[in-house]
Design a protein around this ligand. Structure first.
Ligand code: MG
Ligand code: MG
Length: 255
């Protein structure tokens, strides 16, 4: 991860728009494929083919050794689930798909939690509120505010529902690297202070990871998959956003 905040030029902003658009389009395409009976491996293969056919590179593939082009995290899996032909989606599941694309040297990063068939009202609410948490944070991503203003807005909305907010993983700056400074936590802590001040030309990925039950997490023995400690469902919603004088711009086509 780049340890300093990078400020993008107008031409770099344009490049990030293109990378972000492809990321969002890939997720919209994958959302259309999700149905009971499909394996997470099939979704991964479809994602890689789609991204490459449009001139992009799936940035997750081989990132720190990650073996796939997308992360597929089902039900109690929070993030970093590894696609597998043995994992078949069933009616009532939820699946969080996280997708990263490199196009012309710049990254897009976004995630959606998608309902599989008939999902319980309780879990549907979790998915809806997690998306709302992103937009509460997004509204605060204005010039002059600080990272903690985003964190506080996400945290307050999740707390209204008594949900667990994951702390071990956070949002991040993004640009010619997938992960750059600053970190964008989904919770506040006095030791973080106000965080970096938002200025035009910054790009950040805001990504609430919200649990139905405890905020506590566990990691599976595959070395990647992060799950809820109580094995209750979790949802994830992420977009890459660009800070401009005229307000924040979502680069990854929200659905
Ligand atoms: Mg992501
Ligand atoms: Mg991210």
């Amino acid at each position: 991860m780049a340890d300093r905040i990078t400020i993008k030029s107008e031409s770099q902003h344009e490049a990030m728009r293109k990378a972000g658009a492809l990321t969002g389009e890939t997720l919209a395409y994958l959302a259309g494929l999700v149905k009971p009976g499909i394996s997470t491996k099939e979704l991964d293969e479809a994602a890689e083919a789609y991204i490459r056919s449009r001139g992009g590179i799936p940035s997750f593939l081989n990132y720190d050794g990650f073996p796939a082009s997308i992360c597929t995290s089902v039900n109690e899996q929070i993030v970093h689930g590894i696609p597998s032909k043995k994992q078949i989606l069933r009616d009532g599941d939820i699946i969080s798909i996280d997708c990263g694309v490199i196009l012309d040297g710049f990254h897009g990063d976004a995630a959606r939690t998608i309902l599989v068939g008939e999902v319980s009202p309780e879990v549907q609410q979790l998915v809806r509120v997690t998306k709302e948490c992103f937009f509460k944070g997004f509204e605060q991503a204005v010039v002059g505010n600080h990272i903690s203003d985003i964190s506080r807005a996400v945290e307050a909305h999740a707390n209204e529902y008594g949900y667990g907010i994951v702390r071990e993983l956070v949002g991040h700056g993004i640009g010619s690297n997938m992960h750059e400074a600053p970190e964008v936590p989904n919770y506040t802590n006095p030791r973080f202070g106000r965080g970096a001040r938002l200025v035009p030309g910054m790009a950040i990925a805001v990504e609430p990871m919200i649990n139905l039950g405890t905020r506590r997490v566990d990691f599976l023995s595959d070395g990647w998959t992060c799950v809820t400690l109580d094995r209750k469902p979790s949802a994830h919603y992420e977009n890459t956003i660009f800070i401009t004088e005229n307000g924040p711009e979502i680069l990854t086509n929200p659905i």
